[in-house]
Design a protein. Structure first.
Length: 132
């Protein structure tokens, strides 16, 4: 029995996928919020390079928000407005925020177009507006 199994959480693949899907009129949501630094490192180098080592999380929210990437804890933080497309990266959010209800809220307001599972904990959901 391996008491220290490897962690094969492919944050790089998940990060690059959400960056690829980040198009005009698309909002990106990530839950839980603790993946900010990893996503910045792997997919948003300009944001990662601007981090202040003394306070690395200080400006991440505003830098990501300007790219329409939002890190949230629950459905109450969704700001969908007139979004035509929503991409939701669920990184086993039920363990950190078991009552987040983000996926259910998105499913009730948008059409699920595609889903990607990235080993081991990442699920990327792609939604389009109901009008399409």
């Amino acid at each position: 029995t391996n008491l220290n199994p490897p962690i094969h959480r492919n944050i790089k693949q998940a990060s690059l996928l959400i960056k690829q899907l980040n198009q005009p009129n698309t909002k990106i949501y990530v839950c839980p919020e603790m993946f900010k630094l990893g996503i910045a490192f792997h997919a948003y180098k300009q944001i990662f390079q601007s981090i202040d080592p003394a306070n690395p999380l200080a400006k991440l929210d505003s830098a990501f928000a300007s790219n329409e990437v939002h890190f949230i804890k629950s459905k109450n933080e969704l700001q969908l407005g007139d979004a035509e497309k929503v991409v939701y990266l669920d990184a086993a959010s039920e363990f950190v925020h078991p009552e987040n209800q983000v996926l259910g809220e998105l499913e009730s307001r948008f059409n699920l177009v595609e889903k990607h599972h990235i080993h081991e904990i990442f699920d990327v959901y792609i939604f389009s507006s109901a009008e399409e």
